[in-house]
Write a protein that binds this ligand. Structure first.
Ligand code: NAP
Length: 278
């Protein structure tokens, strides 16, 4: 497994996303993922599954320190009176006394930004989060966050797959020694029927999902967190470390980016600096 080294942590470039997994399916999914070799797990307060994620990790028998665990604080907990309390609840549910990465799930409203970042920094100081970061931030918002936090922000978790050009944000993160955590890396399955990807997959004797994930992790300082409920997907998505895409193949896949390639665009989203949703 390749890692991104940042501050005190080694972040596995391939993680397991858990949005929409709950109960038995989530517990078993985590166990299967850990069995398959995943050591990076992504959850969030808003997914309502932190307890199941905690149970899955516990049942897997793996040592806590072997896992890079991320959770995200939901927007309604951004105020000073709720933030740390909500993190304590997350830690309880996850059966741990720290997460490796704690994120603000979406950008705070303009006048709440400073307060939320202050809280995030306090949690890092307390040792309850080894690294802190943000999610769904534009370059403009990142500039603000970095100024406020003196660059302790380690990542921006954003949508990242071949149908969306995240080049400018990626470049900005690299320049600031941060990394990009790519969510919905399979475009929720949408990109897998593309004939360009299918042809490249055939050439490498791989499937389309493996090619798309390989494309993502061949970018400098990018980690991805595909979600899979199916045991077959969990296993095949992990089997991407024995082949390499050529520069030409990388470019062909990148050229699939579309102006309307964004999949995740809720009403509270910021004014994006790249693609809009279809
Ligand atoms: P995704 O990982 O791009 O796609 C998941 C979908 O693809 C599921 O329907 C899954 O099916 C299917 N799939 C998985 N592997 C496949 C394969 N090899 N071949 C064909 N289909 C495959 O989408 P996502 O769940 O939106 O994103 C991943 C994770 O990112 C989330 O779970 C969450 O942890 C995180 N996320 C974060 C944010 C944020 O705001 N920070 C937003 C969205 C997502 P099965 O489940 O049936 O296997």
């Amino acid at each position: 497994m390749q890692h991104i080294n940042i501050q005190t942590e080694h972040v596995p470039v391939l993680g397991y996303g858990t949005w929409q997994l709950k109960g038995k399916g989530c517990i078993e999914g985590i166990q299967k993922a850990i069995d398959a070799g995943y050591r990076h797990i992504d959850t969030a307060q808003a997914y309502g599954n932190e307890e199941d994620v905690g149970k899955g990790i516990d049942k897997s028998g793996i040592e806590r320190q072997e896992i890079f665990l991320t959770t995200k604080v939901w927007m309604e907990n951004f105020s000073a009176d709720k933030f740390e309390k909500s993190v304590d609840e997350s830690l309880d549910k996850l059966q741990t006394d720290y997460v490796n990465m704690l994120l603000l799930h979406w950008p705070p409203e303009n006048d709440r930004m400073e307060e939320a970042l202050d809280q995030l920094i306090e949690v890092k100081k307390s040792g309850k989060a080894r690294l802190i970061g943000v999610s769904n931030f534009t370059i403009e918002l990142l500039e603000r966050a970095v100024k406020k936090t003196n660059t302790v922000i380690a990542t921006n978790q954003i949508e990242f797959h071949p149908e969306i050009d995240q080049g400018p944000v990626h470049e900005w993160l690299r320049r600031h020694n941060m990394f990009l955590t790519g969510y919905s890396p399979l475009a929720r399955g949408g990109v897998l029927k593309n004939h360009v990807i299918e042809k490249i997959a055939k050439h490498h004797d791989k499937d389309a999902g493996q090619v798309v994930l390989r494309w993502a992790i061949q970018h400098d300082r990018v980690a991805v967190i595909p979600k899979a409920a199916s045991p077959e997907h969990i296993e095949s998505n992990f089997d991407i470390f024995d082949f390499e895409l050529s520069n030409e193949e990388m470019d062909k896949i990148s050229s699939l980016a579309r102006e309307d390639g964004r999949k995740v665009d809720p009403e509270w989203a910021p004014d994006w600096d790249t693609a809009k949703a279809a």
